[in-house]
Design a protein around this ligand. Sequence first.
Ligand code: APR
Length: 307
Amino acid sequence: MASSASRAALSSIPLFHEKLLKSNRILAVCGAGLSAASGLPTFRGAGGLWRNHNAVDLATPEAFDADPGLVWLFYAYRRHMALTAKPNPAHYALAELARKRPGFKCLSQNVDNLHVRANHPSDQLSLLHGSLFTLKCTTCSWKDPYNIADPLCPALAPAAESNPDPTKPLPLLDPAQPLAEIRESELPHCPDCKTELQRPGVVWFGEMLDEDMLDDIEEWIEKEPVDMVLVVGTSSAVYPAAGYAERARTKGRTSVVTVNLEITEEDWGRMRKGDFGFEGDASLLVPELLRPVIGEVKGEEEEEVKV
Ligand code: APR
C-alpha cells in the first residue's frame, strides 16, 4: 500500500500539472464512468441491471441468438438514452486535449457516441467496442455506419417512450411489467442479404475487436515512449482495454493516471512513483486536470456528425 506521504504525491494536482505540461505522447483509456455524469448507467455496480438482467449478460452473441427481441430492446433503450444524453465537460476536455496535443490518442470503450458529438478529432479516437449507432448484418458484410433512427422500428418503440408517470419506474425497466413478445419478423433485417437480422455494431463478449484498429493502437504504442496514460472511469475489467496502461508503460517515464469515482486500496497499492490517482467525478476532474493545456472547457457546441 502507498504510504500517506506518497499518497499525497499520487493525488497532487500541481505535481500532475507539472508532468502534463512536459507530456506530448498521451494515451487515454476511457470507460462508462466518463459518461456517468451525462446520465448514462455504467455496467458494473449500481446501474448494471436492466430489468432483471445483468447488462453484461445481454451483451453476448448467445443472448442475441436466444432472444433477439429482448437484446434489441436493451440496445434500443441504450440508443435512446445516448441520443437524449449530452456530452459532458470531460468529453469536451479530451477533445480539446486532442486538438492541443497531436500526440494524444484516446481509446474509449464507450459506444454512446458522446466523444464524437463532443467533436473529438476522429484520427485521435479509437472506439474499441464500436458504436450503438452502427448497424450491421449478423451474417453478411452489410453495415450502416451511422443510424440514429429512434425508434429503429415500430416493435422497438417501447424503448423510445418517455415515462408516462415519473413517480414510477419506466414500464420497460420494471421487471414486474411483462414485455410484449417481439417476433423476429418485426426486427430490422439486412437490406442486402434480406434474410438475416441486423444487430448493433458493438463488440459483444467473446467477439474480436476490429483488427485494423488493434494494429493501429499497437503501432502507436510501439512508435515512441508514452509520457502519460489517463485511465478514466473504467473498472479495467475487460481486455484488451484493461491492459493498455501497463502495455504503454516505459518504466521511469510513463505516468499512469487513474481518474475514478472510487479508487480502492488495492488500486492505490499498485501505483508506482510518478503515477497519479484522482478520486471523484470524471466530468469535474478531467477538465480541471487538463486545464493548463486546454484552458477553460467551453463545450456546449455539438458538431453535426458527418458520416
Ligand atoms: N466519474 C468517474 N468514474 C466513475 C463515475 C464518474 N462519475 N461513475 C462511475 N465511475 C467508475 C466506476 O467506479 C467504475 O470503475 O467507472 C467505472 C465503470 O466501470 P464499468 O461499469 O465496468 O464500465 P467499463 O469499465 O466501461 O466496462 C468495460 O465492459 O460491459 C462491458 O463492453 C462493456 O465497454 C464496456 C466494458
